[in-house]
Design a protein around this ligand. Structure first.
Ligand SMILES: Cc1cc2nc3c(=O)[nH]c(=O)nc-3n(C[C@H](O)[C@H](O)[C@H](O)COP(=O)(O)OP(=O)(O)OC[C@H]3O[C@@H](n4cnc5c(N)ncnc54)[C@H](O)[C@@H]3O)c2cc1C
Length: 497
């Protein structure tokens, strides 16, 4: 049976949900508060699109293997559209350090380990144009969803039957069989449910970082710095994480991520000069920021409120609402540093389309969606949360001038020694980095590769080298925290002269 389905939000997950459902023949209407992308190409979309509805729109995005393979398997012609707009496929071999590249020969599964790089504006615009061409999907722009319509009567759970929205100063009603919330991190649905007496519980953990970005373009005739260089273009100095996002059409972005308590550095990166001075002092970023080779295309800008959030729409096997589903950031959010949001959102969209196609019963659908979300997304969410927690501990230790963490038990020591040995092995052993990249690209549950006996034996062999030697492999070259504070102080005093 085909159904009439309303989706709130035409961001990346809203559009991917519409595609997944449209394949089953449903009639989809996407409601979007923002204006559509302007006419033109990637630059018009990046510089001119008024995209207030997605605050992260101008921050760089990388699209991981999970998303790329789902797109390739289901919408191969869409990928061709991305490439035509300038997006680039970065394969496993392209990401290898020089030590490993010389040993590399292709192996089964390597073709799945790829990412797509371009500005988010490019992906979103191309995706939007593709969705607009599909007959059973309609997009209503410039409209604000203001609430939902539910069946009257004393039922134990709220049954949705449509949406209220305002457009051009007029209020409207839209009736549908299903309502899907893809309205992102600022979703209003939990509050609307609360107003009807239903409680949406939330797991919420602050990653305690602020994420800063600046965009640049390579000057005419300038090539990107070599990819396989010894100094990696992303890394963690303990008090600062950094990375380069090569984009489309000669554009690229640099990100600097700081703990919320690093007040002096946070202040410094807000000025374009401070951002560049910090970037140039880090050997992995310096080749990207050579003055006469690039032109900055934006100032530096930041985004806070970086939280891991999980919203529960089913409690004790009871759906809070029937005919309602939340996907993407509206349901589950992870720290953007790991680049997992869009991949998890698309996975979520495909889980939902599957669940809807397998049962017509509203209760059954809500419970299966909840179960599959827990099974397939929870492991990634938990692992992201653990990474956030160790990041917070590490930043605190560095700020206090301490060793990262001293083990207080054999179990802890073993865990840390294993982690160090794994990091070192991933640097020199192709089969280990392959496993690591399967986890990174979300192609398997986090850490699944560690079940391989071959990988375990390799890691144990590295443990025999001693913890000190393995731990040293993690060290990223760059100024320590005190040196970075001096760089900023010197810059401020020379500006004052
Ligand atoms: C700084 C930063 C960097 C990131 N980097 C990456 C990355 O590298 N890779 C990655 O995969 N993910 C990344 N993410 C995460 C990614 O941006 C999100 O996971 C993803 O955009 C979620 O998509 P969504 O469609 O659920 O929400 P959004 O993209 O936020 O879209 C929500 C849409 O709903 C619309 N809307 C909201 N309310 C209403 C309403 N009442 N009526 C009508 N429309 C409404 C909004 O206008 C918007 O278009 C990053 C996030 C941040 C914050």
């Amino acid at each position: 049976m085909t159904e009439k389905i309303a989706i709130v939000g035409s961001g990346i997950c809203g559009m991917c949900t519409s595609l997944a459902l449209a394949k089953h023949g449903h009639q989809i209407t996407l409601f979007e508060r923002d204006v559509p992308p302007p006419a033109g190409g990637a630059d018009q979309a990046f510089f001119e699109w008024d995209r207030k509805g997605a605050a992260q729109f101008r921050h760089p995005h990388a699209f991981l293997g999970l998303m790329c393979n789902l797109l390739q398997d289901n919408y191969p012609e869409l990928l061709e559209d991305f490439y035509r707009a300038g997006a680039r496929r970065i394969d496993f071999a392209d990401m290898l350090a020089p030590e490993l590249l010389s040993k590399y020969s292709p192996s089964e599964g390597d073709d799945k380990l790829w990412i797509l790089m371009c500005r988010r504006a490019t992906i979103e615009t191309v995706l939007r144009r593709y969705v607009e061409r599909i007959d059973n999907i309609e997009i209503i722009n410039n409209c604000n969803i203001t609430g939902f319509i539910s069946e009257e009567g004393n039922t134990s759970s709220i049954k949705l039957k449509g949406l209220n929205y305002s457009k051009d100063g007029q209020n409207h009603e839209f009736f549908s069989n299903l309502v899907i919330d893809a309205s992102g991190r600022t979703t209003k649905f939990p509050n609307w449910f609360r107003l009807q007496g239903a409680t949406i519980t939330e797991e919420k953990d602050n990653a305690e970082i602020v994420y800063f970005t600046r965009h640049y373009k390579l000057n005419d005739g300038v090539e990107e710095p070599p990819r396989h260089s010894k100094e990696r273009s992303s890394g963690d100095l303990g008090y600062l994480k950094y990375g380069v996002f090569p984009g489309d059409n000669g554009n690229f972005a640099v990100i600097l991520c700081l703990p919320i308590d690093e007040k002096i550095l946070r202040q410094a990166v807000l000025s374009p000069e401070g951002f560049d001075a910090i970037g140039r002092s880090i050997p992995g970023l310096a080749p990207w920021l050579e003055k006469d080779k690039i032109t900055a295309t934006t100032n530096s800008f930041g985004m806070g409120d970086i939280q891991a959030v999980w919203r529960h729409y089913v409690t004790e096997q009871q759906p809070i609402a029937h005919n309602f589903f939340a996907v993407g950031d509206a349901a589950v959010r992870t720290n953007p540093l790991y680049g997992r949001g869009c991949s998890l959102g698309i996975l979520h969209a495909h889980i939902l389309a599957d669940v809807i196609s397998q049962s017509e019963d509203a209760n059954q659908r809500a419970l299966s969606f909840e179960r599959r979300t827990e099974e397939e997304i929870r492991p990634v969410f938990n692992s992201s949360l653990n990474e956030d927690k160790s990041g917070i501990k590490r930043a605190l230790a560095v700020a206090q001038g301490r060793l990262v963490e001293k083990p207080d038990s054999f179990k802890k020591w073993f865990g840390m020694a294993f982690g160090d040995a794994l990091g070192a092995a991933a640097k020199y052993e192709l089969h280990v980095i392959r496993g690591f990249m399967r986890t990174f690209n979300l192609l398997e549950k986090p850490g699944e590769f560690l079940k391989s006996k071959r990988i375990q034996l390799t890691v144990f062999r590295y443990m025999l080298r001693g913890r000190k030697k393995n731990a040293a492999e993690r060290i990223v070259s760059g100024p320590n925290r005190d040196q970075m504070h001096h760089i900023i102080a010197d810059m401020s005093s020379s500006e004052a002269l």
